[in-house]
Ligand binder design. Sequence first.
Ligand code: TPU
Ligand code: MG
Length: 558
Amino acid sequence: MTYTVGRYLADRLAQIGLKHHFAVAGDYNLVLLDQLLLNTDMQQIYCSNELNCGFSAEGYARANGAAAAIVTFSVGALSAFNALGGAYAENLPVILISGAPNANDHGTGHILHHTLGTTDYGYQLEMARHITCAAESIVSAEDAPAKIDHVIRTALREKKPAYLEIACNVAGAPCVRPGGIDALLSPPAPDEASLKAAVDAALAFIEQRGSVTMLVGSRIRAAGAQAQAVALADALGCAVTTMAAAKSFFPEDHPGYRGHYWGEVSSPGAQQAVEGAEGVICLAPVFNDYATVGWSAWPKGDNVMLVERHAVTVGGVAYAGIDMRDFLTRLAAHTVRRDATARGGAYVTPQTPAAAPTAPLNNAEMARQIGALLTPRTTLTAETGDSWFNAVRMKLPYGARVELEMQWGHIGWSVPAAFGNALAAPERQHVLMVGDGSFQLTAQEVAQMIRHDLPVIIFLINNHGYTIEVMIHDGPYNNVKNWDYAGLMEVFNAGEGNGLGLRARTGGELAAAIEQARANRNGPTLIECTLDRDDCTQELVTWGKRVAAANARPPRAG
Ligand code: TPU
Ligand code: MG
């Protein structure tokens, strides 16, 4: 056997379509990294720390469908676990691989570096089980193929992260070669009887109602059912709304599209389209506290049909064993038209008039200029903060994508995620909106964009604080130490990169900076936009009050 455990893993990762994997080196994973390098179909990409490594992989999975990150034991893996939690929350198959102690040290009473200083090394695997769909420890080459295949197959099937740890002396141990990948990826057969019953119940649901609206949720991407949702919308002719976290998951130029439904902070007309309909067809939604605006806008009950990736609930019955794509296709083929909710006219976003070029820059003018930059080839990554609200209300051309992390909501996610996404999809235009507070968590990953000559345009919104938190609950903890954000680009270039740092204090300066950014094709451009601390969208103010009220509910008595 001339193959090794590490090479087996490398082949499998390449077979599932990875052209890159992300890594931070450490002595428990060095042999594994050597083995991975032998597969020339994949490039090894280095990150500044393991949190960023995990988020870079998460962003890569958004563009590529799956990703892998390789870290060292405990000091590395425990940082990466946060990003793994994010991948779980956001339904992304990120495979985290940790180097692990030498197999001879397990169960011997030896104390090893990078560990808790106790003699049981099982804690990391135990922790990983809580935040992954599959977790395995490889301490012998013989069972490595089965464990590697199990972890990869489960991650891809569940669209959730998975975990492997590989003893450092096993990564280079002789192992068989992997065969073809198809057998590993074939989906479980859906249940035809259940599908038929669900479609019949759904047809009855629609026929009994004069008006229906479709509401598209964020898990539709993991379900791979975006095209099927469009087909159903065509057949029904009804109004279609998206949830905020599903921004860009339904084409906004579709004749039925009526904007985003987000309770009180919906786009004009969208709240009426959903709450005034006799039936709401919810496709893969996540109704959390943020999405329901502090539990004030939560479609449920008899007038809701809930379509999830593997189940449909309608008319008080849950039908399991269904593939959402089959269900939507079948329903579209048989349903009757229900266009009452779409008669109100097409979706238009309120237009902000251009500000005078010399006037101090404000949020509305900044958002207007960023919105004007979007093309069908743009991927806009928007960080937690007012960037969410700015991105969600932008009108997207067909093909433009928006990446949000609304379920996990880890500030700082967007910088490494945009890096990973840009690496996976270099043919697209990458735009990032990130607040000052968020940026300070993961700023150093901009250096990797420089290292790989990625022309990401970064709008750094310097409003001198955690404005989203200011709107929910203010205090001195919401102030942020100012940085020279634009000046950082020279620091990261260190005389050998093409990063560009610019400042915009007026609309005119922002327009000029955007022109320079578009011309800078060989590296990222960071445009520091200076705003007042309390200058934000009205949606954030309204939503913030609701969320604060939900947080402030007193404990139940008794
Ligand atoms: O636009 P703006 O000012 O709201 O954005 P910025 O400056 O990025 O501030 C974000 C403030 C924020 C915090 C501190 N949003 N959520 N949080 C809480 C939080 C703390 N730690 C992590 C890892 N994630 C969080 N969401
Ligand atoms: Mg801020």
